[in-house]
Ligand binder design. Structure first.
Ligand SMILES: CC(C)(COP(=O)(O)OP(=O)(O)OC[C@H]1O[C@@H](n2cnc3c(N)ncnc32)[C@H](O)[C@@H]1OP(=O)(O)O)[C@@H](O)C(=O)NCCC(=O)NCCS
Length: 160
């Protein structure tokens, strides 16, 4: 598996994959709407076949992972993408990586916890607010759990 920067040629499969998993290419985190077609990102590929994508946004010394999606589970795709964005963020002088997932997404919660990320905050009922911006957000997620809260995970980077 190889991790590389996204190119314009990746945009179509990225949009399709993000739409399939996140209901559209519009992602809302902490009340901010992100258009995935405009975000910088990394692709995981095996040969020429895409197996994962990570989209990120760097702002004021912090790097937000806006989308992380593995198309081939439990073989280290997401872990490799996360390790790469960590290097990108460090090179850009960021102090912190952060991201939002939702209370229903136990796989993501386990994944980030297993990679050394910390739960920084639980933003209660934030998804209800996000639905005003992104009405296509489903009401129920994994295992029929109501999607309600935004969970903010972070990884502090040693900039020394
Ligand atoms: C969460 C997600 C990104 C993990 O991707 P992945 O490529 O399967 O993860 P990796 O193979 O790199 O997993 C690394 C480790 O994370 C943990 N982990 C990953 N998926 C897990 C799961 N479903 N349940 C429990 N632990 C999990 C394990 O410790 C795993 O190591 P192991 O397989 O040796 O046990 C993937 O399930 C996914 O794309 N989900 C849909 C999109 C999504 O929810 N993205 C995150 C929202 S912000």
């Amino acid at each position: 598996m190889k991790i590389r920067a996204l190119t314009p040629a990746d945009r179509l499969w990225v949009s399709e994959a993000v739409s399939r998993h996140f209901a559209s290419t519009r992602i809302v985190s902490r009340g901010v709407l992100h258009d995935c077609s405009e975000l910088t990102g990394l692709a995981a590929v095996r040969g020429v076949t895409p197996c994962g994508v990570l989209l990120y946004a760097i702002h004021e010394g912090e790097c937000e992972v806006v989308v992380l999606l593995s198309l081939a589970r439990r073989i280290g795709v997401a872990a490799a993408l996360l390790a790469s964005v960590r290097r990108v963020a460090r090179a850009a002088g960021c102090r912190r990586l952060w991201l939002i997932t939702t209370n229903d997404n136990q796989a993501a919660i386990d994944f980030y916890s297993s990679r050394g990320w910390s739960l920084k905050a639980v933003h209660r009922n934030a998804v209800s607010e996000a639905r005003r911006i992104k009405p296509e957000l489903p009401l129920f997620g994994h295992n029929g759990v109501p999607i309600r809260d935004e969970l903010e995970f972070e990884l502090l980077l040693d900039t020394a």
